[in-house]
Design a protein around this ligand. Structure first.
Ligand code: PA5
Length: 443
């Protein structure tokens, strides 16, 4: 069974031989390693190259943390955060906190902001819980997670002592460089390596994503299996028209060149909301450079039809939408019959809620297409570890192809440094004296 299907029929796009050849050449650059940013192509074969031993080591570490803690704080930002959060939210039960018994520890995220309130409230809320920390930073020097880690390290040492901290703190970082690696080595924390050739936003299938996911109870082997199947389905040997990553990349580039500068990713399953966030980073950081690139936006449906729906239907005609469509729900809820029928809903009695959701999806697609918003559809059979693994890899592969078609290096992010320089200058970080003087004059 195909795990990811792409349907571009509602986008009014013809796959010409020229477009297919252009996209196939872009895909070939990912295989040959001859394109821009080729020192960051480690993600291309991650699913097929990760070994059983590597997965076992991650599972064993996750089991050790699970045995110690009922709350695992996962510290990281950007590519060192969004993938794990996206998958956990997609596969978890959003109402887990209402249950009395829990099968898995709660995985909570920190270091993805510099909010004093967030940090203080989290530390306070964890007082009654047994805690462990997974700290993730490739560079090992990112300010947001470094601040959070300092506080959580102190909390763990205060509660359990420095010796026990070695069993409650795990670092995922570069194999040799960075402050986090140095600190982890000195303190004796177990470490997992983020490969040199895998950039943050492409790292969800490394320990960056896999360790917190395994700690949260996700079947990471099924996730990798799904990704492996997507790697095979999008390989360079697959003809362009049958390659879902190529078809999606072509559609995006044709739409962009026709004036559609915004892509709205949406789903009718709220569980996929953080997949949207992960996707926004993946595409925004990969393509938004040199004055080019589709602006990645997102909606969660049908909720946002009641807020963003008006704009999508009738606002600026510069957007297209991509819907991640889920063929089958995992659970069953049927609309009941009511003798009084005061709400007039008896015409739906006996039908599943998913049927109504499906009709909303179909109706909205047609309305938006009629309103000048082309519609791309990416279908997965259901939401589970296998299909989410496939979806993640599919998006990564399509992003690499799409970036090369756009003519940018999809694997760098020079623009993210600008704010950091200003922030350090304002905070009077040693070494920034000149910049501090200059920026203060501009305040
Ligand atoms: O994609 C990226 O490279 C960024 O989003 C990084 O993941 C993010 O800035 C965090 O970096 P680090 O893992 O070095 O702390």
């Amino acid at each position: 069974m195909e795990l990811v299907k792409v349907d571009i029929r509602k986008a009014g796009i013809e796959l010409t031989a020229e477009l297919e050849a252009q996209a196939a050449r872009a895909n070939e650059l990912l295989c040959s390693g001859k394109g821009a940013g080729n020192d960051f192509l480690g993600w291309v074969h991650l699913p097929s190259s990760i070994t059983d031993d590597e997965l076992s080591a991650i599972e064993a570490q996750a089991a050790a943390l699970r045995a110690k803690a009922d709350a695992i704080v996962c510290i990281g930002i950007g590519g060192s955060y969004l993938g794990a959060r996206a998958v956990l939210e997609a596969l978890g039960n959003p109402f887990e906190h209402l249950k009395k018994e829990h099968d898995n520890p709660t995985v909570i995220f920190a270091g993805q902001n510099i909010s004093e309130d967030y940090t203080a409230q989290l530390l306070d809320a964890l007082k009654e819980h047994s805690i462990a920390v997974i700290v993730i930073s490739k560079s090992g020097t990112t300010t947001e997670p470094a601040i959070a880690f300092r506080l959580f390290k102190e909390e763990i040492e205060r509660r359990y002592g420095k010796e026990e901290a070695k069993h409650r703190i795990v670092a995922v970082t570069d194999k040799a460089r960075g402050a986090l690696k140095t600190l982890a080595d000195i303190e004796g924390y177990p470490t997992f390596v983020i490969p040199d050739n895998v950039g943050g936003r492409f790292s969800v299938l490394t320990p960056v994503g896999l360790l917190p996911l395994a700690a949260g109870g996700v079947d990471i082997r099924a996730l990798i299996d799904g990704a492996r199947r997507a790697e095979a389905a999008t390989a360079c040997s697959v003809p362009a028209a049958q390659n879902p990553a190529i078809v999606y990349a072509i559609a995006r580039n044709v739409l962009y060149n026709s004036g559609k500068k915004v892509e709205i990713l949406g789903s009718y399953e709220p569980a996929l909301q953080y997949i949207n966030e992960w996707w926004k980073q993946l595409y925004g950081e990969s393509e938004g450079k040199e004055g080019k690139g589709i602006f990645p936006a997102s909606v969660t449906l049908t909720a946002d039809l009641h807020s963003m729906g008006q704009y999508i239907q009738e606002g600026e005609r510069t957007m297209f939408e991509t819907i991640v469509s889920v063929a089958e729900p995992n659970h069953k809820a049927v609309i009941s019959h009511d003798n009084d029928d005061l709400d007039g809903l008896n015409y739906l009695a006996g039908r599943r809620i998913s049927e109504v959701n499906r009709m909303a999806e179909l109706g909205v697609a047609i309305a938006h297409v009629d309103g000048g918003v082309p519609n791309l559809r990416i279908e997965i059979p259901a939401v589970n570890a296998l299909t989410i693994g496939a979806l993640l890899y599919f998006f990564e592969r399509a992003c690499g192809i799409s970036g090369y078609m756009l003519g940018v290096n999809p694997f760098n992010q020079p623009g993210v440094e600008a704010y950091k320089k200003n922030m350090f200058a304002l905070l009077e970080k040693p070494g920034y004296e000149e910049a501090t003087k200059a920026i203060k004059e501009r305040l």
